[in-house]
Design a protein around this ligand. Structure first.
Ligand SMILES: Nc1nc2c(c(=O)[nH]1)N[C@H]1C(S)=C(S)[C@@H](COP(=O)(O)O)O[C@H]1N2
Ligand SMILES: [Mo]
Length: 401
């Protein structure tokens, strides 16, 4: 499909897509980080999602999505920084350029990427560093995401390493910069450019053109994006058009100012005492989310309720997920899926029980990874000004009737 006039189409299809998806509508019952509703309108290739902005598109997946190890493309969250996103990409002429400290400046077409390089596939969680930011008190700067600025997909593409090899990196190259097709409105404003240190390059970093067996959705970076398993997605450049090798670190707004946390043991600070020395957010910490039931669900007394959710970390692997229905005093192991999607993927979990009393019951889930790291209680989460890396124990409250 040629993505012609993408945003024009958005306006036409919006109304049509919105009807018939009522199962995903939030019920409006309030949980501190769970009180938002899906929009009445949808973007092309997307079902209605929680919408923070339509230019640039900022769309969050509702909680109900997190019951399986793979997130459907049309329910996958969307985050762009720049309002100027091309509304037309021609896959027949699209190419990516590689320049800077390379033997030869080259362009590689999408077709050449798909046919002349080794194709690889892996499953990985894509999570914004600011996921669940709204749980930080006092309010931290940035989009007030609930729990749904994340998703997990099977990505297919080529190794970044192989593409760089084709251009021939010069010995002096230390940094690799990535630029997408999106642009700031004013030329003085920084574009969304990110860098990787060459020494951090590994076989799992890929340029992907497929997501869950289909072309990337336009809003998730069609036709090509970077995948860096295990780390927060701020460097997973979408609609990638250029790769530049340099010796010196470029002084980039989105590297030096944004997406950084205090460089101290607790990675924390207070609004009164902001920490000057900062570091990039990088590796994802251990986390888990309940997808079903959602807060406000009515469940029958003494009949079986199956709690479902997902757990993940930065690639060490999930050891266990535990459930508590007594406010976090007693914890019982949930059942984990077989883990066949690999160490960078969600582990889906289930836990069945029969509520024994009517009234409100709060269900909590807590993941522990193979390094022994476990999620802290929400009240013990330490603050940082950007509201990054939240991984407090998740909870939903149901009504037993
Ligand atoms: N070109 C481009 N790539 C980008 C961004 C962007 O603004 N422009 N945002 C990054 C951030 S911060 C996130 S969280 C992810 C979001 O990916 P998604 O929209 O596919 O969910 O894309 C990353 N890649
Ligand atoms: Mo992000």
């Amino acid at each position: 499909m040629e993505r012609r006039d993408f945003f024009k189409k958005a306006i036409v299809t919006a109304g049509a897509v919105a009807t018939g998806t009522s199962t995903l509508e939030a019920d409006g019952t309030v949980h501190p980080i769970d009180n938002r509703k899906v929009s009445d309108v949808a973007f092309p290739e997307k079902r209605p999602l929680i919408t923070y902005s339509d230019r640039p598109p900022l769309l969050e997946s509702p909680r109900e999505v997190f019951t399986s190890a793979l997130t459907p493309n049309d329910l996958f969250f969307v985050r762009w920084h720049m309002p100027m996103i091309p509304n037309y990409i021609n896959p027949n002429t699209f190419s990516i350029s590689i320049n800077g400290l390379v033997e030869e400046d080259i362009h590689i077409s999408l077709k050449a990427l798909k046919t002349e390089f080794k194709q690889v596939e892996l499953t990985a969680v894509l999570q914004c560093g600011g996921n669940s930011r709204t749980a930080f008190k006092p309010t931290a700067g940035g989009i007030q995401w609930g729990i749904g600025a994340m998703g997990c997909a099977r990505w297919k593409g080529v190794r970044l390493k192989d593409v760089l090899k084709k251009a021939g990196l010069k010995k002096e190259a230390v940094w690799i910069g990535f630029n997408g097709e999106d642009k700031a409105v004013y030329s003085e404003t920084a574009n969304f450019v990110r860098e990787l240190k060459l020494e951090d390059l590994n076989d799992n970093i890929i340029l992907a053109y497929e997501m869950n067996g289909e072309d990337l959705p336009y809003l998730n970076g069609y036709p090509l994006r970077l995948i860096i398993p295990g780390v927060y997605s701020d460097s997973w450049i979408k609609m990638i058009s250029n790769i530049t090798a340099t010796k010196e670190k470029q002084q980039l707004h989105f590297m030096e100012k944004a997406y950084r946390i205090p460089d101290n043991e607790c990675e924390c600070e207070t609004p009164e005492n902001l920490v000057k020395k900062t570091k990039p957010i990088e590796e994802m910490n251990v986390n888990s989310i309940i997808g079903y039931p959602v807060t406000g669900t009515k469940v029958k007394n003494d009949s079986s309720l199956v709690v479902r959710g997902v757990a993940f970390d930065g690639g060490h692997g999930i050891k266990k997920v535990q459930i508590s229905i007594d406010g976090g005093q007693m914890w019982v192991d949930a059942l984990l899926d077989d883990g066949s999607e690999g160490k960078f993927a969600y582990r889906a979990f289930t836990y069945a029980f029969k509520p024994k009393n009517s009234g409100k019951v709060t269900i909590m889930c807590k993941a522990t990874n193979k390094k022994g790291e476990e999620q802290p209680f929400a009240k013990d989460i330490k603050w940082n000004h950007g509201g990054y890396k939240y991984n407090g124990i998740d909870e939903v409250t149901v009504e037993v009737v």
